[in-house]
Design a protein around this ligand. Structure first.
Ligand code: UGA
Ligand code: MN
Length: 243
């Protein structure tokens, strides 16, 4: 089965560095289709060049966040572009394939792809270096998910990070109202709820969720105003954000 890896990204000086690192990791894995979905009106030329050079099977999309959400106190990041990728997968993905959301700044052990490749419905595993508890994980009993260990419960049914689950495409296509909400912090929960998923249907991966194979690493923003200006001039593109 093909793994459709969906990576939302947006223009800032770190974008090329993040996607170079992640893309080179993905070249080590067989049967990957990388969907790079930009939070932008157009696809950035340096990213198209990178994708061509990597030699991966890929789709390059652009779908900007509606302005109304950008003005919110807690901005729901990467939703418009993930939705565009989701639609692409629903229309073009092979039924036997698997969907995986992987943010551009995360770090992944390529063994995780072996774990998720045979997902029949939805599979889950722990994510490291996240939140107050430093790990977010399903709680497993008798190879079944019975709850979640997560530093930010927030009333969520599925207390998981975006990097902590994969979905079978055939199963995805059978669901009637698949969506991801524009609600910061509730993107994962809202998406999984829209899949009509029960805890008992979740497939447990990574040695019964005892093994950490993906990390919610974050890249510090370079504070240099000069770098930002140079980046904007070099790409000749208006920045979407100035932080
Ligand atoms: C966490 C989760 O890991 C994300 O999956 C979730 O979308 C996010 O919180 C949220 O709830 O808003 P975090 O590290 O806090 O992620 O956020 P970022 O890494 O800044 O952004 C998540 C993804 O969206 C990244 O791939 C980033 O490139 C992309 N993004 C960010 C955009 O496409 N547009 C933006 O304006 C900001
Ligand atoms: Mn992040």
């Amino acid at each position: 089965p093909v793994i459709y890896v969906v990576t939302p990204t947006y223009r800032r000086p770190e974008m090329v560095a993040e996607l170079t690192r992640l893309g080179q990791t993905l070249t080590m894995v067989k049967r990957i289709h990388w969907i790079v979905a930009e939070d932008s009106h157009t696809c950035s030329p340096p990213i198209t060049s990178l994708l061509d050079r990597l030699g991966l099977s890929y789709t390059h999309l652009a779908s900007p966040m509606p302005e109304v959400y950008r003005r919110e106190k807690y901005v729901p990041r990467g939703v418009s572009n993930r939705r565009a990728a989701l639609q692409w997968v629903q229309e073009n993905g092979e039924d036997t394939g698997v969907l995986y959301f992987l943010d551009d700044d995360n770090a992944i052990d390529i063994r995780l792809f072996n774990e998720m490749r045979l997902t029949q419905t939805v599979s889950m595993w722990p994510v490291g270096l996240i939140g107050e508890y430093t790990v977010s994980s399903p709680v497993v009993k008798g190879n079944q998910v019975v709850g979640f260990y997560d530093g930010w419960p927030a009333g969520r049914k599925f207390q998981v990070d975006m990097a902590g689950f994969a979905v079978n495409i055939g199963y995805l296509k059978k669901q009637k109202k698949v969506t991801m909400p524009y609600i910061a912090g509730h993107e994962e929960d809202g998406f999984l709820k829209s899949l009509n998923l029960n805890l008992k249907d979740i497939e447990v991966k990574a040695d019964g969720c005892t093994n950490i194979l993906v990390w919610h690493t974050r890249t510090a923003k370079n504070p240099s105003r000069t770098l930002r200006l140079a980046h904007h001039q070099a790409t000749n593109i208006k920045p979407l954000t100035d932080n």
